[in-house]
Design a protein around this ligand. Structure first.
Ligand code: HEC
Ligand code: HEC
Ligand code: HEC
Ligand code: HEC
Ligand code: HEC
Length: 493
C-alpha cells in the first residue's frame, strides 16, 4: 500500500519540522524522549520495561488505580471489538495498520515494536503485546508524556493521531505543582490540565486523505464549554453527579461549592489536595469492561449508564395537518450535558436513536418507529443521530481506514437540539411515547466483528416521555415527566 508509506513520510516531515525546544522537557532539561512518528521512521525502539506496571502505581495510588482498571483505557488494547476491526484492517492493507491503530490503543506496544499480529487468533486474527504494553493507555503512558508534536501535525495544527512525546523513567508528570513522592520524582505539567492533552488521541484523521474520522477534541473546541474553560478532565475525571453540575452551572469542578472531591493524591503524601481526580474516564461504553470481566468493570458499566441517562432531554409537540386526523409529530432531543456532539468519536458506528409509539384512545397502536426487529436491527426510517460515512467511491463503510467523507451529519451539538419528525393518522385523543436509546454498535457490526450469536448488543434508555393529546393537538396530560425536561420545555416556549 503506497498510501501508507506516504503517511510515514508525512510523519517524518513533521518530526523534522519540530522546533528544538521539543528536545527539552517543561523545565528546559534535555531528556530522552520518544515520538511515535520518529519510531515509525527510524526504527529505534525503547524497551517495554522503560514503562512501569500500573500495579506498582496502585500500591500508593489505590483510588486512581481502581478507577483506571475498570476504564476503557486499561483495555484499549484487549478490547475485542477494536482488535477485530484492527485485524481486518491489517489484512486488507497488507500489514500497514499495525502502527497507526496501535499508536493510540497500545502506544507502548508500538513504541517498543513488540506488538504482533497473528492471523490464527480469533475470528479475524488477533494481536499480542508484552507486559505493560498489553495494558493499553496505562498510568505511565499518560504520566511520562512530556509534550506534543501537534503544532506540526498534518491536520491543520490540531492534536491527533497520538501526537504525544514520551520520556519514560522515574519522573512522573502531573497537575500538582509541589508534589512529593517517596517513590518517584515529580514534575508539574500544565499540559495534563488541558483538553489538548486528551485531543492527542481523541482526534483521529485519516493518514492519507486527512479526513477527520473522529474529532471529539475539535468538536469540543467549538462549544460554550470550551469558552468557559471547561475541559475534558472536568467531566470525565469526576463522578457523574459532579459532571452534571459542571454542565448545569457552567463551572469547573474546582470552583463548584462543596464538590467534596478532596483527599490525598497518594499514600505517603505530605498534604491533602483540594481535588483528586477520578480515573474511570467514563463515557458511553457499558459493554466491553464487563465483557472482559476486568476489576471494576461492573462499576464502570453502572457509571456509564448513569452518564448516558444524564445527558439528554426530550420534548414533543403535535400539529394537525388536516381535519381527517393526520398529524405531524416533532420530538425534540436536546444535548444538555455532553461537552461535544452527541454521540461523539465513532459517530458512524455509535447509535443514538428515537423509538416512538403512538396509541389511539382505545390503546391500539397507530404508529411505531425505531423498535428493533427480531434480529436486533433497527427498521428503515428510524431517526438515528449519527454521521453516515462513505469511502472514496461514495460507498457506505464504517471501516476507519477507508472513510473519506460523511454524507449525512446528524449528531447533536452541545446545548443544542435536533428533531425527529413523524406523521400518523388517528381519530380521537391519542398518546405518544418517545424513548431515546444508545448502543455502542449496530447488531450487524457486532455479528461481523465478534461472530453471530456472541453478543446481543444492549440498548441503554437515555430518556423517555409520554404525552396525551386531543384532536386539535393540544396536550391533555403527561406522565413520567422528569425535572430536566421541564427546563427544556421552558426553552421551547
Ligand atoms: C488517559 C491518561 C491518564 C491515565 C491513563 C492515568 N492518568 Fe493520572 N492523571 C491524568 C490527568 C490528565 C491528570 C490531571 C487532571 C487535571 O488536573 O485536570 C491526572 C492526575 C493524576 C494524579 C494527581 C492527583 C489527581 O488525581 O489529580 C495522580 C497521582 C495520578 N494521575 C496517578 C495515576 C495513576 C496511578 C494511574 C494509573 C492507575 C493514572 N494516573 C492513569 C491522566 C491519566
Ligand atoms: C488517534 C488515536 C486513535 C487511532 C490512531 C485509532 N484509534 Fe480507535 N479509538 C480511539 C479512541 C479515543 C476510541 C474511543 C472512542 C469512544 O469510545 O468513543 C477508539 C475506539 C475504537 C473502536 C471502538 C471500540 C469499542 O469497543 O467500541 C474501534 C473498533 C477502533 N477504535 C478501531 C480502530 C482502528 C481499526 C484503527 C486503525 C485504523 C484505530 N482505531 C485507530 C483512538 C484511536
Ligand atoms: C510509594 C508510593 C508511590 C508509588 C509506588 C507511586 N507513587 Fe505517584 N505519588 C506518590 C505520592 C506520595 C505523590 C505526591 C502526592 C501529593 O503531593 O499530593 C505522588 C504523585 C504522583 C503524581 C503527581 C505528580 C504531579 O506533579 O502532579 C503522579 C502523576 C504520579 N504520582 C504517578 C505515579 C505513577 C504513574 C506511578 C507508577 C509508575 C506512581 N505514581 C507510583 C506516591 C507513589
Ligand atoms: C494515548 C492515547 C489516549 C490519551 C492521551 C487519552 N485517551 Fe481516552 N481513550 C483512548 C483510547 C484508545 C480509548 C478507547 C478504548 C476502546 O474503546 O477500546 C479511549 C477511551 C476513552 C473514553 C471512553 C469512551 C467510551 O466509549 O466510553 C473516555 C471517556 C476517554 N477516553 C477520555 C479521555 C480523556 C478525558 C483524556 C484526557 C485526560 C483521554 N481520554 C486521553 C486513548 C487515549
Ligand atoms: C460538559 C461535560 C463534558 C465535557 C467537557 C466533555 N465530555 Fe465527553 N462526554 C460527556 C458525556 C455526558 C458523555 C456521554 C454521552 C455521549 O456519549 O455523547 C460523553 C462521552 C464521551 C465519549 C464517549 C463517546 C461514545 O459514545 O463513544 C468520549 C470518548 C468522550 N466523551 C471524550 C471527551 C473528550 C476527549 C473531551 C474533551 C475534548 C470531552 N469528552 C469533553 C461529557 C463531557
Amino acid at each position: 500500500m503506497k498510501h501508507i508509506h506516504a503517511l510515514l513520510s508525512i510523519f517524518a516531515i513533521s518530526v523534522l519540522m519540530l522546533s528544538p525546544t521539543h528536545a527539552k522537557d517543561m523545565s528546559g532539561n534535555v531528556i530522552k524522549q520518544h515520538k511515535l512518528s520518529e519510531i515509525a521512521t527510524t526504527k529505534i525502539h525503547p524497551k517495554v520495561e522503560d514503562w512501569e506496571d500500573p500495579m506498582i502505581c496502585g500500591g500508593c495510588h489505590e483510588r486512581q488505580y481502581k478507577g483506571w482498571m475498570g476504564s476503557m483505557h486499561s483495555i484499549s488494547f484487549k478490547d475485542p471489538i477494536f482488535q477485530a476491526e484492527w485485524a481486518i484492517a491489517e489484512k486488507e492493507t497488507g500489514g500497514q495498520m499495525l502502527e497507526l491503530c496501535g499508536g493510540c490503543h497500545t502506544p507502548i506496544g508500538v513504541l517498543t515494536n513488540t506488538v504482533k499480529f497473528d492471523p490464527s487468533l480469533g475470528k479475524h486474527g488477533g494481536f499480542t503485546a508484552e507486559g505493560v504494553a498489553e495494558q493499553g493507555v496505562s498510568c505511565d503512558v499518560c504520566h511520562t508524556a512530556v509534550g506534543s508534536t501537534h503544532a506540526s501535525s498534518p491536520y491543520y495544527g490540531s492534536p491527533g493521531n497520538n501526537s504525544l512525546v514520551f520520556s519514560p523513567g522515574n519522573v512522573k508528570y502531573g497537575p500538582i505543582k509541589d508534589a512529593k513522592s517517596p517513590y518517584h520524582e515529580t514534575e508539574y505539567s500544565e499540559m495534563h490540565t488541558k483538553a489538548e492533552f486528551c485531543g492527542n488521541c481523541h482526534n483521529i484523521f485519516h493518514p492519507t486523505n486527512k479526513f477527520p474520522v473522529e474529532h471529539t477534541y475539535d468538536e469540543w473546541k467549538m462549544t460554550p464549554y470550551a469558552q468557559a474553560g471547561i475541559v475534558c478532565q472536568d467531566c470525565h475525571m469526576v463522578p457523574v453527579e459532579t459532571a452534571m453540575r459542571v454542565a448545569d452551572e457552567m463551572t469547573r469542578p474546582k470552583d463548584l461549592k462543596d464538590h467534596g472531591l478532596g483527599g490525598y493524591a497518594g499514600m505517603g503524601a505530605e498534604q491533602e489536595r483540594s481535588l483528586v481526580h477520578d480515573h474511570g474516564f467514563v463515557g458511553g461504553n457499558a459493554v466491553i469492561a464487563p465483557l472482559l470481566g476486568v476489576e471494576g468493570g461492573e462499576e464502570h458499566k453502572a457509571e456509564a449508564i448513569k452518564r448516558l441517562q444524564s445527558v439528554a432531554s426530550l420534548d414533543m409537540n403535535v400539529r394537525p395537518l388536516d381535519k381527517n386526523g393526520t398529524y405531524e409529530l416533532n420530538v425534540k432531543v436536546t444535548n444538555e450535558r455532553a461537552g461535544h456532539q452527541m454521540p461523539t468519536s465513532l459517530t458512524f458506528m455509535r447509535q443514538i436513536w428515537l423509538e416512538v409509539v403512538v396509541k389511539d384512545q382505545t390503546g391500539n397502536v397507530v404508529m411505531t418507529s425505531g423498535q428493533p426487529d427480531e434480529h436486533n436491527n433497527l427498521p428503515e426510517g428510524t431517526v438515528i443521530f449519527r454521521n453516515r460515512s462513505v469511502d472514496a467511491n461514495g460507498k457506505d463503510t464504517i471501516d476507519p481506514w477507508k472513510i473519506a467523507g460523511f454524507t449525512e451529519m446528524n449528531t447533536i451539538p452541545p446545548k443544542g437540539h435536533r428533531f425527529g419528525t413523524y406523521a400518523f393518522n388517528t381519530l380521537g385523543t391519542f398518546t405518544v411515547e418517545a424513548k431515546l436509546h444508545y448502543r455502542s454498535y449496530p447488531q450487524k457490526v457486532a455479528n461481523k466483528l465478534l461472530g453471530k450469536g456472541i453478543v446481543t448488543v444492549p440498548a441503554i434508555e437515555m430518556a423517555s416521555m409520554q404525552r396525551s393529546f386531543d384532536q386539535r393537538g393540544r396536550m391533555l396530560a403527561e406522565e413520567n415527566r422528569p425535572e430536566k425536561v421541564a427546563r427544556a420545555d421552558e426553552r421551547l416556549n
